[in-house]
Design a protein around this ligand. Structure first.
Ligand SMILES: Nc1ncnc2c1ncn2[C@@H]1O[C@H](COP(=O)(O)OP(=O)(O)O)[C@@H](O)[C@H]1O
Ligand SMILES: [Mg+2]
Length: 217
């Protein structure tokens, strides 16, 4: 896997992944560490096409199996084009979502089965697994409020809208799945309480990252 360091950031919508990656990258870069920020799908030419495909099909139902295959196709390309070369160049890779999101979204929330999706992810990734995963845990109602500026809980007072109810149920399944993944592998998956202030979440993330970098040095 080269001599670089692979760190993934996981969690539901609005948990704070993208903001945290920006701040962690800034702090690591100011320590003189070479960082690569990346995300799926979309960090490669093929990934951009897949992203467009996924976004352009919002009006028609997409088979959950097709959705899984598209995400995995983007991942396979991302591994070959970005992650493996960056590891070989000894970079610290900060990746916004990876296998755990696929296991939680497609495996748990879409109902394809967490174990089945995990094993297909393992096949696709050929051993390219994160050294550390920072899981940002948040109540989905809070996360959705941050991400969209409206809360399904508040919507409840004026009567739930079908999508909003489904949205919250869907996102609750995702949180439960992430918590299971953390419980199964706490050594890799570090849980951060993402309801805290950004500065505190970031300080805790940096502590875990510095510990990892120290142990690999
Ligand atoms: N710890 C936090 N407390 C309050 N708001 C936050 C926190 N972290 C992120 N946010 C805000 O929530 C919104 C979603 O954050 P973002 O980083 O885009 O989440 P994600 O990438 O996980 O969907 C942004 O407006 C961001 O500034
Ligand atoms: Mg984001």
């Amino acid at each position: 896997m080269g001599r670089g360091v692979f760190i993934t950031f996981e969690g539901g919508e609005g948990a704070g992944k993208s903001s945290l990656i920006e701040e962690v990258a800034r702090q690591l870069a100011s320590d003189g560490i070479q960082v690569v920020k990346t995300r799926e799908p979309g960090s490669t030419h093929l990934g951009e096409h897949i992203r467009t495909l996924l976004l352009n099909h919002t009006s028609q139902p997409v088979s959950p199996y097709a959705e899984l295959c598209l995400f995995l196709a983007a991942r396979a390309q991302h591994i070959q084009e970005v992650i493996v070369p960056s590891l070989e160049r000894r970079k610290v890779i900060l990746c916004d979502r990876y296998n755990d999101s696929t296991i939680a979204y497609q495996g748990a929330a879409r109902g394809l089965g967490m174990e089945k999706v995990e094993s297909i992810c393992e096949f696709i990734c050929q051993g390219v697994q994160p050294h550390l995963t920072l899981y940002l845990d948040i109540d989905p109602a809070v996360g959705l409020f941050r991400a969209r500026g409206s809360s399904p809980e508040i919507a409840g007072e004026r009567g739930y809208d079908r999508i909003e109810v489904e949205g919250l149920e869907f996102h609750s399944k995702i949180r439960k799945a992430f918590l299971e993944i953390h419980e199964k592998d706490p050594a890799r998956v570090h849980l951060l309480d993402a309801s805290q202030k950004k500065e505190i979440v970031c300080a805790e993330a940096m502590k875990a990252i510095r510990l990892l970098l120290g142990s690999l040095a």
